[in-house]
Design a protein around this ligand. Sequence first.
Ligand SMILES: NC(=O)c1ccc[n+]([C@@H]2O[C@H](COP(=O)([O-])OP(=O)(O)OC[C@H]3O[C@@H](n4cnc5c(N)ncnc54)[C@H](OP(=O)(O)O)[C@@H]3O)[C@@H](O)[C@H]2O)c1
Length: 271
Amino acid sequence: MNENTVAFIGAGNMARCLIAALVKQGYPAENIIASNRNAAKLATLAKDFGIQVTEDNVHAAQVADVIVLAVKPQLMAEVCQAMLAGAPEIHEKLFVTVAAGLPVSRYREWLGDIRIVRAMPNTPAQIGLGVTGLYPSQCSNYEKSFVDQLFSGCGRNVWLDDEAQINHIIAVSGSAPAYFFYFMQAMQQQAETLGFSSEDAKAMVAQTALGAATLAAQSDLSFADLRAEVTSKGGTTHEAIETFRARELEQTVAAAMQAAIARAEAMASTL
Ligand SMILES: NC(=O)c1ccc[n+]([C@@H]2O[C@H](COP(=O)([O-])OP(=O)(O)OC[C@H]3O[C@@H](n4cnc5c(N)ncnc54)[C@H](OP(=O)(O)O)[C@@H]3O)[C@@H](O)[C@H]2O)c1
């Protein structure tokens, strides 16, 4: 699979993250090409990873076997149509898109009846601890394996059977790092109110989150059982948990996740 040339169209944060993960897992740098309208970003990528770079999207698409679309969603139509106009044969290639909100049907309007995977990574991908939702359309098993490999250095992949689940994965993992950051921010604020320095408060909260997440990921127990193990009736943790429960934490989380899905659906209809 490593003989496939992968072109990244748009070399911003997400492309950099994917390129870093690919190179780290031993993918040949000479088989990766990044295209961007900003030459400074390309120079940094070439220096950091030894990949090929170009300011010509059409050239990148022509030399690639797999074309990863990594520009902002609002620029996608223009970028795809210009590539197809410059090289009509590219509609035969495998496309992967990381753009939020755009359904497969839109890419087919711009590029023809292409084979495509919609990918929804999250930001911990940059340290190999992300979750990526992947929805394939008209792809072979070989192509799915290749895309699985493409994202495996970013963390865990979840293949989806239904395109609507892309919006669900946005709520479950795409947007979710921010939920945890928000919770940690609230804890840090209260720790500071209790007299800890900002630095100590942040370090304690981050370490506790890391410890809890690592314990949960490594354990066969459910989240509920893990919580019960450290919550003795009448104890301090029990008091804290009952306070969350009385203030309807579970309903608040459900409402927030539904709001993320509703926003993703609304964005898809305006793009
Ligand atoms: N970042 C995330 O956490 C995340 C998560 C999931 C999905 N995504 C998706 O990933 C995509 C990229 O997001 P990002 O955060 O990486 O954005 P970004 O950092 O702004 O990267 C986009 C890149 O595309 C370049 N570009 C714009 N127009 C171009 C053109 N015509 N030809 C070639 N390159 C062009 C931009 O160049 P300039 O520097 O000149 O503007 C920029 O370097 C988006 O569709 C987003 O929805 C991102």
